[in-house]
Structure formats: structure tokens, C-alpha cells
Design a protein around this ligand. Structure first.
Ligand SMILES: [Ca+2]
Ligand SMILES: [Ca+2]
Length: 305
């Protein structure tokens, strides 16, 4: 019974490790300007988008990226981080700013109803829903050197209830998300119900599992390296042993050739060779082995003469 429990814990641990490995896809917008990021059925229907890999975005930057949800689905946009240096008092008409269009072109309506079209400081409202399967993110920076880290968005596809068996329903709304987004450590539902305790592990527990996975991977790598070193040492030892044995055979042959060729010695040597060859063929033992054995057997009688 205990054994089954240990297997269950081990399998759960491996699944969690794999789950953490296959985490959300992440994109840097600066690498995908003018491109469309498409979420396909079967893949994870959520992505994280960073503006830049650098600590600060560059000056004079203009970049637009389109995001497309699977057919029949809409998009949840969550601002996880926002550090853009514009001038809110001037309605972001100066400095750097972000625009999010609720459609597939830049003439679509902004996704921020009731708010300024441009964003240049952290918005009080962090979550927005698209009205269709497309949205466009556009970032513009001016020519001065005043710059921030940019922004980080988590975008999740959803459909309207009723949900299918392959979906989870955010408890505070009728939004249906891909089931694999439940308890994955990412907050996808607007009300955060996909990561609610106690059904999901806490962030600390997930961090602990991630550390455990890292330690297990390191141990596996160390074991593989030790195994390779041991194998190479054994292989080298076998090569040295064969070389020593071959040298003994050569020494024996040289010894036989240098001995007086009395008829009695020649006959004894021939008889011994024949006997060993007969045994070798019966037992199908490689001739090299018998040459070595012969060298060990024959040295004594020959040196006695
Ligand atoms: Ca600037
Ligand atoms: Ca989640």
C-alpha cells in the first residue's frame, strides 16, 4: 500500500515537473513587429508578451503586433507590469505610449472604453476583454533617452458559457478557459478563480516543486557524467590488459624460436598445439585466448631443457 502511495507521489512530481517545463509561451514584441501571433487549438491558449529583452526600451521605437485567438474565442488582456515614460497630463500626446486596438487593424476602436486612447502610465484597470478574436498592440517611443522597462501582458483566450468538458469556468463570470490553464501558476481568469486555494498549490509550493525539479535534473546529469567516466576508465583498463597479454604471446613465440630445436621439444610443442586447437574448436573459444594460455603453459617445460 505504501509502495503504491510512493509511486503516486513520484508520478505526481514528474507531472508537475513536466507541467512547469511546458509553461506559457513567452514573446518579446520587439522581435515580432508587424507579425501576427496566432493561438492554435491544442496548444496552450495563453501567451505572455514582453516589450523588450533589454532593461530599458530604446528611443524612436515603433512596433505593432497582432494577436489572434482560436476561431470563435475572445481575448483577456492582463497588464502584469507597466513602466512606460509618457506624459499623462497631456493625454499621452507627448513621450512614449502604448495603444491596444480592439480589432485586426489600427483603425479599430481602443480597448479601453472610457479611458484615454493612449496609455503612458500604469492603468488603474489591469484587465480588459476584447470583443472579437483579434487585437493589436502598438508601442511608440519618442527620440529622447527617457525610457522605462516597457510592459508585460498576459493574454488568454476564452469563450462564453456554457463551457465544454475541456474547459474550466471562471467562477465569478461566464468565461470559459482551456482546462490546462487551471492551477498552472498563471492568473488567467479575471477573478483569479483558476488559481484559487485550496484546489491549487500555493505559489510557495510551486516554487518548491520547481527547485526540486532543478535538483533532480542536476542529480541526473551528475549520474550520467559519472557513468561516462567509469565506462571510459573500464574501457581503457581492458585495452591495457589486452596489450599486456599480447606482449606475453610475443615473448613466448620469441622464446620458442630461440630454444634449441631438439626433436623431443618440437614433438611436445606440436602435440600441445593440436590438443589446444582441438579443445578450442570443441568449445568455440577464440584462438587468441588459447595462444595466451599456451604461452603460460609452455614456457616452463621449454626453459627446463
Ligand atoms: Ca522616451
Ligand atoms: Ca491559470
Amino acid at each position: 500500500m505504501d509502495f503504491k502511495r510512493e509511486i503516486f507521489i513520484f508520478v505526481t512530481f514528474i507531472i508537475l515537473c513536466l507541467d512547469s517545463i511546458f509553461s506559457l509561451p513567452e514573446y518579446f514584441m520587439e522581435d515580432h513587429c508587424t507579425q501576427t501571433l496566432t493561438m492554435n487549438y491544442g496548444s496552450i491558449e495563453a501567451v505572455r508578451i514582453h516589450l523588450t529583452k533589454s532593461k530599458r526600451y530604446g528611443e524612436n521605437m515603433g512596433c505593432s503586433m497582432r494577436v489572434e485567438a482560436p476561431e470563435g474565442k475572445l481575448l483577456i488582456i492582463r497588464f502584469e507590469d507597466f513602466d512606460v515614460r509618457g506624459i499623462p497630463d497631456l493625454m499621452c500626446q507627448s513621450g512614449d505610449f502604448v495603444e491596444i486596438f480592439d480589432g485586426s487593424s489600427e483603425i479599430a476602436a481602443p480597448i479601453l472604453p472610457g479611458l484615454p486612447r493612449r496609455l503612458c502610465s500604469s492603468p488603474e484597470q489591469k484587465i480588459f476583454l476584447s470583443s472579437g478574436r483579434h487585437l493589436i498592440i502598438r508601442f511608440i517611443s519618442d527620440t529622447d533617452m527617457i525610457a522605462g522597462k516597457g510592459f508585460r501582458l498576459l493574454i488568454t483566450a476564452f469563450s462564453i458559457a456554457p463551457c465544454s468538458d475541456a474547459q474550466l469556468q471562471c467562477s465569478g463570470s461566464g468565461l470559459c478557459l482551456q482546462k490546462k490553464l487551471e492551477c498552472d501558476g498563471e492568473i488567467n481568469c479575471p477573478d483569479e478563480s483558476d488559481e484559487a486555494l485550496p484546489k491549487c498549490l500555493s505559489t510557495a509550493a510551486i516554487a518548491g516543486i520547481a527547485v526540486g525539479c532543478g535538483i533532480v535534473l542536476i542529480l541526473i546529469i551528475v549520474a550520467i557524467v559519472i557513468g561516462i567516466i567509469c565506462y571510459q576508465r573500464k574501457k581503457r583498463a581492458r585495452i591495457i590488459k589486452r596489450a599486456v597479454q599480447s606482449r606475453h604471446v610475443c615473448e613466448y613465440k620469441t622464446s620458442v624460436q630461440s630454444q634449441p630445436t631438439s626433436p623431443d621439444v618440437i614433438m611436445r610443442t606440436r602435440d600441445t598445439f593440436k590438443e589446444h586447437e582441438r579443445q578450442r574448436q570443441l568449445e568455440k573459444i577464440p584462438s587468441t585466448y588459447w595462444e595466451i594460455r599456451l604461452s603460460q603453459v609452455e614456457i616452463t617445460p621449454i626453459t627446463d631443457i
